[in-house]
Design a protein around this ligand. Structure first.
Ligand code: 5GP
Ligand code: MG
Length: 471
């Protein structure tokens, strides 16, 4: 994988279907873009939980036989990229435990900002942790709660969490979906005849033929069991504003999904249009950097009336098992994934549009290959503002130091990537284009964090502290 940074996670859950594992597999397959590092499914068959997890893509982790080994009518699944804890099978999800009230599995998308603090308290009281992911803390908190009903334990536990947490729980009786009060990450509810489905994005409903019902609301927990669906409001006395992750719209979610009440592709087209208004330029063609730049480029082309062209082809089959080229042919690496089409590019003044620049390295390499293909001029346009700040809510950006917009001025970035002009969308323009500006988190661009964190927002924090003998 030569792209700059990593994704967060994809969640899928289903209650009451004889093909629960297989449908979960399909759901995860369509959520692959949210995490390519590990995948897992847990099912419950009325007697026991069954788990299969592995490192790699969904299609690499699951086979006919592994799905046969996952009986039951309820299931949850997870695709993972590491946002807390390093990339090991032990840290992959869903996590399953058995405690006083039976077996329970959890799958988490997002990051807790008070993970370190909570873990310290739990360890001081004798808890022993198996993993270094923050999600395990949630299971410990549940296990320690002493109410009669699981539902009350759940509410008690959820109220202790701070940060971004979209969660799925599978218990022996229910499938539960939770969104934190800010609603950082998406979660949608769907229906396949009588079966309820929960998924990170609507593309996972489409793939199994389920109908979109509604989004799980920020601050809501939906409990789906034999009696149907109940909605809880665990945080109702903790009023907070909404903080949907705007980077989900810019890059993360699939363009065929609807999240946060909007069509992702439509938002991207609007961002592209706004970009064209803010940074017009004379050129012959507008070209996306595929695939993340596709819809923003379309918007730029529609607004500027400069023809849209596909001048670079992306190879989609570069998986984890791809053997990296040897040192002496490193330069060819970029072409494994992207190949410019010379007859489209040669002699043309190009506007190239991408969703974001993170470290700048892949952008620089792509610009170089466009030059080699004969581009006369290259104007780069980016459909979000300069990415300058770390994300503590579930997007795995590299450290602040590695973010190019943090180290270099606009003109230095332009020189580094090697283009005639460079234009980023402004924060105001972006919010205006998306609408409902107060509902979004823009921390990675603005540095304004909707939930304060204690400086422990490093994905390896739990490991470092473990290494210091605090475990
Ligand atoms: P850079 O030029 O900064 O090395 O890479 C920019 C590219 O990284 C853009 O095409 C953008 O789509 C992609 N990108 C942005 N965010 C992420 C992410 O979270 N994960 C991955 N794999 N790529 C990302
Ligand atoms: Mg990209």
């Amino acid at each position: 994988m030569d792209e700059a940074v990593k994704h967060s996670c994809g969640l899928f859950g289903i209650y009451g279907h004889r093909d629960a594992a297989r449908l979960t597999y399909l759901g995860l397959y369509s959520l692959q873009h949210r995490g390519e590092e590990a995948a897992g499914i847990v099912t419950y068959d009325g007697k026991a939980m069954h788990t299969h997890k592995g490192m790699g893509l969904v299609s690499e982790v699951f086979h006919e036989q592994t799905l046969h080994g996952l009986p039951g009518r309820t299931a949850i699944g997870h695709t993972r990229y590491s946002t807390t804890g390093s990339s090991t099978l032990k840290n992959s999800q869903p996590l399953v435990v058995t405690y006083a009230k039976g077996s329970i599995a959890v799958a988490h998308n997002g990051n807790l900002v008070n993970a370190y603090e909570l873990r310290q308290q739990l360890e001081a009281n004798g808890s022993i942790f198996q993993t270094t992911v923050d999600s395990e803390i949630i299971l410990h908190l549940l296990a320690r709660a002493t109410n009669k009903e699981f539902q009350d334990d759940l509410v008690e536990c959820l109220r202790l969490l701070k940060g971004a947490f979209t969660l799925l729980f599978l218990t022996e009786r229910e499938l539960v979906g939770v969104r934190d009060p800010n609603g950082f990450r998406p979660l949608v509810l769907g229906r396949l005849n009588k079966t309820h489905v929960l998924a990170s994005e609507t593309c996972a409903l489409d793939i199994i033929g389920a109908k979109f019902v509604r989004e799980v609301e920020p601050g809501e927990a939906v409990c789906i069991g034999a009696g149907g669906l109940r909605s809880l409001r665990p945080f109702k006395d903790q009023p907070t504003g909404r903080s949907h992750c705007l980077f989900e719209h810019v890059y993360f979610a699939r363009p065929d999904s609807h999240i946060f009440g909007e069509s992702v592709q439509a938002v991207r087209v609007k961002l592209g249009r706004q970009l064209a208004r803010e940074h017009p330029v004379e050129a012959d063609l507008v070209m996306p950097i595929p695939d993340s730049g596709n819809f923003a480029a379309l918007g730029y082309s529609l607004e500027s009336k400069i023809p849209f062209a596909l001048g670079m082809i992306r190879n989609h089959y570069v998986g984890r098992t791809f053997i990296q080229p040897a040192q002496e042919i490193r330069d060819l690496k970029i072409r494994v994934k992207f190949n410019p089409i010379r007859e489209i590019i040669k002699g043309k003044r190009l506007v190239i549009v991408d969703d974001s620049i993170v470290r700048g390295n892949t952008t620089r390499a792509r610009v170089k290959s466009l030059r080699e293909a004969g581009a006369k001029a290259i104007h780069m346009r980016v459909s979000c503002p300069p990415t300058k700040h770390a994300c503590f809510y579930g997007i795995d950006f590299p450290s602040k130091r590695e973010l190019i917009a943090n180290r270099l001025s606009l003109d230095e970035i332009r020189t580094f990537i090697g283009v005639e002009s460079l234009g980023y969308l402004s924060l105001d323009g972006m919010l205006k284009a998306v609408g409902r500006p107060a509902d979004y988190c823009t921390a990675c661009w603005s540095g304004t964090y909707p939930i304060p964190f204690g400086g422990e927002g490093d994905k390896f924090a739990l490991e470092k502290h473990a290494g210091q003998g605090r475990c």
